[in-house]
Design a binder for this molecule. Structure first.
Ligand code: 13P
Length: 262
C-alpha cells in the first residue's frame, strides 16, 4: 500500500515544569534542533505540558514559528458545565492544542479511569478535532498472567468502539512495568505488541487506518535505546516521559536517525 508514516516523538512532561520553565525548555529544544540542522519535516515533535503551561507554550510556538505540535495530558468527557477541576476539549482546541493523551496508566491507576472512560474521552477528543493519543499497556501482574499483548489489545478494542473510519488517532503502547523504571521493553517485545495493536486498528478501522496510524512505544525511552525501537516496522515513534524533560536528551531522542542506539 506504500503509505508512509511520519515518525512522532512525543514528550509527556507529566506534572513537571511550570509555565516559565516550559517556555525555557521549548525555546532551548528548538535551538538545539536547529543547531544540529535537524530536518523538522522528517520527524514530528509534540510536547504535552501541564494545563497551566499550555497558553504560554502556544504563544511561544506561534510567535517564533516553532514547528512542534502542542498536546494536552488529559481532557474531560464533558463539553462544559458543573465539573469542578475538569478541562474541556473545546478549551484545548481554542488554544491550538492538536492532540491529547488519553488513558495513560497513571490516570488509570490514580484516577480510576477504566476502558469505558477512555472510550468516552476518545470520543470527546474527536468531537473537538483533537487527535487522541490512546495509551494502552499491561502491568507486570498482567504480563505474568496473560502475556504482553492480551491486556493492551483488549484496552484498544474498547477505546476504538464507535471511532469513525477516517478519524486520525495515535496509539501508544506503554507497558506499565517499563514506565519510569529504567527497564524498557526489548525492541522485539515492543514490536510484537505494536504489530498486534495495528491489527486491532485494521479490524476496527480498516486497512487505510492500519497503514496510516502511528503506533508509539513508551517506557524508559532514552537517547541510547530509541534507535533500536525505531528500526522495528510497527513502531512509529515514542512517548517519552523523563527523557523529555532534559533538552539535550530529548533533542538526541528526536535525532535518533543520526546516531546508533546502544
Ligand atoms: P518514562 O519515559 O519516564 O519511562 O515515562 C514513559 C511515559 O509514561 C510516557 O507517557
Amino acid at each position: 500500500m506504500g503509505m508512509t508514516r511520519t515518525p512522532l516523538i512525543a514528550g509527556n512532561w507529566k506534572m513537571n515544569l511550570d509555565h516559565l520553565q516550559a517556555v525555557a525548555l521549548v525555546q532551548k529544544l528548538h535551538w538545539s534542533l536547529k543547531d544540529a540542522a535537524h530536518e523538522f519535516d522528517s520527524v514530528d515533535v509534540t510536547v504535552f505540558p501541564p494545563f497551566t503551561d499550555l497558553r504560554s507554550v502556544q504563544t511561544l510556538i506561534d510567535a517564533d514559528k516553532i514547528p512542534f505540535g502542542l498536546g494536552a495530558q488529559d481532557l474531560s468527557v464533558h463539553d462544559s458545565g458543573a465539573y469542578t477541576g475538569e478541562i474541556s476539549g473545546e478549551f484545548l482546541a481554542k488554544l491550538s492544542v492538536g492532540s491529547v493523551i488519553i488513558g495513560h496508566s497513571e490516570r488509570r491507576e490514580y484516577h480510576a479511569e477504566d476502558d469505558a472512560v477512555v472510550a468516552a474521552k476518545t470520543q470527546a477528543a474527536l468531537k473537538h478535532g483533537l487527535v487522541p493519543v490512546i495509551c494502552v499497556g499491561e502491568t507486570s501482574e498482567d504480563l505474568e498472567k496473560f502475556g504482553a499483548s492480551a491486556v493492551p489489545v483488549g484496552q484498544l478494542e474498547t477505546a476504538l468502539e464507535n471511532v469513525p473510519d477516517g478519524a486520525e488517532i495515535v496509539v501508544a503502547y506503554e507497558p506499565v512495568w517499563a514506565i519510569g523504571s529504567g527497564q524498557a521493553a526489548t525492541p522485539e517485545q515492543a514490536q510484537d505488541v505494536c504489530q498486534k495493536l495495528r491489527e486491532v486498528i485494521r479490524a476496527k478501522l480498516g486497512d487505510d487506518a492500519a497503514a496510516s496510524t502511528r503506533v508509539l512505544y513508551g517506557g524508559s525511552v532514552k537517547s541510547g535505546n530509541i534507535a533500536s525501537f525505531m528500526r522495528e516496522p510497527d513502531i512509529d515513534g515514542a512517548l517519552v516521559g523523563g527523557g523529555s524533560l532534559k533538552v539535550d536528551e530529548f533533542s538526541a531522542i528526536v535525532r535518533y536517525g543520526k546516531h546508533v542506539g546502544v
